[in-house]
Ligand binder design. Sequence first.
Ligand code: SF4
Length: 424
Amino acid sequence: MTASVTQRIDLAPTRSCNPELAAGPWAFDSQPGYGPGASQADPMPSPVTHPGQLPQAYREMSSDQLHDRIRRAKAILAERLVILGHFYQRDEVVQHADFLGDSYQLAKAALSKPEAEHIVFCGVHFMAETADILSAADQQVILPNLAAGCSMADMADEDSVETAWEEICEVYGVDPHHVTPGPDGKLPILPVTYMNSSAALKAFCGQHGGIVCTSSNASAVLEWAFERAHRVLFFPDQHLGRNTAKAMGVPLEQMPLWNPRRPLGGNNPADLQEAKVLLWHGFCSVHKRFNVRQIAKARAEHPGCRVIVHPESPMPVVDAADAAGSTDAIRKYVAASSPGDVIAIGTEINLVNRLAAEYPDRTIFCLDPVICPCSTMYRIHPGYLAWVLEELVEGRTPNQISVSADVAQPARVALDRMLAAVPR
Ligand code: SF4
């Protein structure tokens, strides 16, 4: 059955999880400071340009005016500028990006433009930090709105991870500051952080023999880790860790959940001895909304439809789906489908809507009937993009994300290990 426009409109979510999302992001960004997921010790850019300071003029411009200004500034800055856009950004922003991708692809894109003085990152804070760490010293990374963070990244802060590490190392009888391999040449434990974490936690991994992963290369990273250690501490997303390790054959009994608010994470020492993957109690507020009832409903209403979900979704959802993969894998899955196919997708609504528009001869819809975009990605609006670009044209650098050398150096070690772990 070929999808008609009417069918696609019928399938589109009609309710929003938060009606306030219809307002401009500046309506919520009145407090100075970073959004969620910033490293605890991050200095504010100087001179301080906090989110509430988006000049009034940019809030009042029409969409056409903002796009004209963005295009004009881009033309002036030319090769001195590169704009990176995450798949979850709204279309009004994505249309101006030089590179569109997931966090893994954008990390590599940042490396591919050494001639650009300014890297404007239309994503969230941890992505801009990563771009700063990977880019050359003379490149500036700019986050158009400092409030664009990641609520999942906030679920694992440096203090909690340090405390957990000390408790875990005590169980395994090793010095938390100097974990060494046993007689078999393997470490008792090694930390793995998802890309969605602060630079400080990436540095923690670099300092403790660990590595960063993305949803594209999580299984390759876990294989890398198990070659070097008996077990891993995986943070902050429990679902990506569980789904990936389960697909590799790790039994659920060997994947205890680590709740940072409870002694020993809520575990007993015997269970920790048996553990292969200690899963931090973190999750993505967007992907945890998907459930198996939505999949059953999609299949009942569209017999023969296929379901693909992001691995940040809960395990029962991944198990019930036909496929699971990173945002890029989801795009490829849709690209490989045929006209007339029906595909239900469990990931952020901006990407799903873009795919539906890109493939009008297929029926593509989001599993969640409620519009629930990533509320932190949403903080990037064409108004902020126009503002930062025009500031750059004037020779001023607003909202620069700069990771200090003592954090950047060990974080780079963990990121380089990640870049070497090629997705399968
Ligand atoms: S979609 Fe989830 S994990 Fe991604 S940036 Fe938003 S809150 Fe963070």
